[in-house]
Ligand binder design. Structure first.
Ligand code: DGL
Length: 275
């Protein structure tokens, strides 16, 4: 049995695919001494169009895989899995702490625009569950929230088409759809781990008066706070190591994941695992 109080144990980070690497990158920058293990369930991506029952089953299996590796904390770096299954994953991992990305995203939005009108761009499953609307209302009853499903933005990010006329046209179409009626957004929340790659396009089309909120930084701050509070921060002066696991397509994972992580990866950097 691993002692989960061992500070040298890695932080486990899980996503349906490569998008969660944007969160992993922020954690690595904030906590360079921490060992990290990332699992991308690329065999079953996307989660965002699946039923809650399937998403919960996939998330449980991915979590069990990371639990077997021995981790001191789990970050669910997937908005869809956080919206559907966070409570169940907390039960599964107890007493190891589990953090999702929706609470930190809501916190960042409320801090950036108190009493604001927040437009959440997310997957179909996340929007259906309204988790962002609830998390924002709990923190700021004066805020308004609208959620817009943007499935094609996941494909654009996966394909690496994150700028140029095609990306801009698709982003514009979704933003126009979302702001019909009397709703004028003061903030846009990137409520899907893939969307930070389209940050520039979204910010340019939304215009200067709209704040674009990305939960990666706030999640990293929350991870640091949680480890600090439980005296579990790794105080080693050495740079932590990183293991990357994927359930399919290690070559694609390396190519696309490298863009999310901001460094060159090869297929040899990624371990193929079965859940
Ligand atoms: N990782 C998912 C999220 O953050 C997006 C991709 C998917 O649909 O699996 O919601």
């Amino acid at each position: 049995m691993t002692d989960h109080n061992d500070k040298r144990l890695p932080i486990g980070v899980f996503d349906s695919g490569v998008g969660g690497l944007t969160v992993l990158k922020a954690i690595r920058e904030a906590l360079p001494g921490e060992n990290l293990i990332y699992l991308g369930d690329t065999a079953r991506l996307p989660y965002g169009t699946k039923s809650p029952a399937s998403i919960a089953r996939y998330a449980t299996q991915a979590t069990a895989k990371l639990q077997q590796q021995g981790i001191k904390m789990l970050v669910v770096a997937c908005n869809t899995a956080s919206a559907v299954a966070l409570q169940a994953l907390r039960e599964q991992m107890r007493p190891i702490p589990v953090l999702g990305v929706i609470e930190p995203g809501a916190l960042a939005a409320v801090a950036a625009c108190p009493g604001g009108a927040h437009l959440v761009l997310a997957t179909e499953a996340t929007v259906r569950l309204g988790a962002y609307s609830r998390a924002i209302a709990a923190r700021d009853p004066a805020a308004q929230t609208r959620e817009q499903a943007c499935e094609m933005l996941v494909s654009l990010a996966e394909e690496g088409w994150t700028s140029g006329t095609i990306a801009d046209a698709i982003v514009e179409r979704y933003l126009n759809e979302a702001v019909q009626g009397s709703f004028t957004a003061t903030s846009i929340i990137l409520g899907c781990t893939h969307f930070p790659l389209l940050h520039e396009s979204i910010a340019a089309i939304a215009g200067r008066d709209v704040q674009v909120v990305d939960s990666a930084q706030t999640t990293a701050v929350a991870v640091a706070g949680l480890l600090q509070d439980s005296a579990a921060l790794n105080d080693s002066r050495q740079a932590g190591n990183l293991r990357l696991l994927a359930t399919d397509g290690v070559t694609r994972f390396a190519r696309v994941g490298g863009q999310f992580l901001g460094e060159t990866l090869t297929a040899e950097d990624v371990e193929l695992v079965d859940l």
